[in-house]
Structures are given as structure tokens and as C-alpha cells.
Design a protein around this ligand. Structure first.
Ligand SMILES: [Zn+2]
Length: 237
């Protein structure tokens, strides 16, 4: 029986001379691996729908142990990403992090977050560090990996963040120091939906520090060192 689904390509790799194996993030079925047949003259080429980050409406059928693409209609290619190597590198990091999502996580929410983030990177001038901060925070919220931003022991405003233990005030525990501005930003990003999640202000130093802290936290909770993130950082120097 055919399966109709939307999907974003998280990963596309050659298979044989002309086929490709795609890892898709879908709202209904989470992450799935599909075979895309005869999508290039040779294994280095591929048609648009089989490229990274492209969002399409798919008709799939069940082949031997794997879904096979029957047809794909491209809905959004995020073409703007291909014009900016820094933003493209950040998009790759987002896709790599999304690839680590758990089987039980809310795939529809994750799809929506990834689509929004790719759109903001490809078609707007919004500060990419802000897009990254919101993506990382919301990813952790969706995965159930983001602690409440209050001291875990006494519920006071936290001043420390321990990746292992959660947030602490000065009296209750130790961790990476965080300012009240960072606490407010983390809470805002975690709790605010839609475009408003991107509306908060923070000075350059705080934003840079929080960006590093969130990347480290994502790396910690997903148990992964992201080469795409290292590449992105190397482009900023
Ligand atoms: Zn406390």
C-alpha cells in the first residue's frame, strides 16, 4: 500500500550507480530511510528532491525492507541556503542534530522547528546565532531534555547550569555561571511559540557565551561531537 507523507531530507547518500538512500524527517512517521531510484546520471548527481534539506510531498511504497520513492513533489528547496556557505553549514548542523531525535519524540514538532529554522536561514536576514539559539533550545524541549529554568532544589532564580543536574542557585549547587539575562532568554526560547520565540535582546558577549553553552549541552545530551558544527565555527573565524 502506498504511503503519503511530507518529508525533509536530513541525509542523502549514493547507492549504486544511480540510486540514492535518503533519510527523511517526516511529521507522521518520524525518521525513515527511503530508496530513491535513478535520481542521477551517475552517483554524484541527484535531482532536487533527493538533496539535503529539500522538503517534498512523497508517495512511497514498501519495497524489500525499505520504503521506495514512487513520486516526490518539491514544496520547498530552501534555495537561499546554497548561496551562503556559513548558513549552509549551520543548516547541516541542524539536520545532524535532528537526525539524533529519539523514536518517541514529537516528530511533527521537530519537523516544524526544522522547517522554520531552514526558512529563517535561507530567506531572511535574521541573525544566524539567534536562529541557532532557538533551534537548540527548542530541540531539547521537544526531546524532553531541557530542564525547567529554576533552581532544582529551592525553585529560586538559577545562577548556574549543570548539564548533569539541571539549574542551581548559588546556595544549592555548581555549574556553568549564567546571568539573569541568560536565564530570561532561555526561559523565553523554551516557553514561547512561533515568531515571538525569536524576539528577545541580549548583548553580544552573552549571546556568544549562551550559544557555546547550548551547543555543548546539545552535544552532551545527544552524545555526539558534530563535525558540521566544528565546520560552521571554522567559517566564523
Ligand atoms: Zn537553590
Amino acid at each position: 500500500m502506498d504511503v503519503l507523507t511530507d518529508g525533509i531530507v536530513l541525509k542523502s547518500r549514493p547507492y549504486g550507480e544511480r540510486d540514492r538512500i535518503l533519510t527523511l524527517l517526516t511529521p507522521e512517521h518520524g525518521r525513515i530511510t527511503v530508496l530513491a531510484r535513478s535520481v542521477g546520471k551517475n552517483k554524484k548527481q541527484s535531482v532536487l528532491y533527493a538533496q539535503n534539506f529539500v522538503f517534498s510531498h512523497y508517495v512511497l511504497f514498501k519495497g524489500k525492507g525499505m520504503y521506495v520513492v514512487d513520486s516526490a513533489e518539491v514544496a520547498e528547496s530552501f534555495y537561499g541556503l546554497r548561496q551562503d556557505i556559513t548558513r549552509l553549514a549551520l543548516a547541516q548542523y541542524f539536520a545532524d542534530v535532528a537526525s539524533k531525535s529519539g523514536e518517541e519524540s514529537d516528530a511533527a514538532a521537530l519537523c516544524s522547528l526544522l522547517l522554520n529554522s531552514l526558512y529563517l536561514l535561507s530567506a531572511t536576514e535574521l541573525d544566524e546565532r539567534l536562529i541557532k539559539l532557538v533551534f537548540e533550545t527548542k530541540y531539547c524541549v521537544i526531546e524532553g531534555l531541557f530542564p525547567s529554568v529554576r533552581c532544582v532544589h529551592c525553585d529560586k532564580e538559577p545562577t548556574k547550569w549543570s548539564f548533569k543536574g539541571g539549574f542551581f542557585c548559588d546556595s544549592c549547587g555548581d555549574g556553568y555561571p549564567i546571568t539573569q539575562g541568560m536565564v530570561a532568554a532561555l526561559r523565553h526560547m523554551a516557553e514561547t511559540e512561533g515568531k515571538k520565540a525569536y524576539l528577545f535582546s541580549m548583548n553580544e558577549d552573552s549571546s556568544r557565551y549562551l550559544s557555546k553553552l547550548l551547543s555543548d549541552y546539545v552535544s552532551y545530551v545527544t552524545d555526539t561531537e558534530y563535525s558540521s558544527l566544528a565546520y560552521y565555527k571554522s567559517l566564523l573565524i
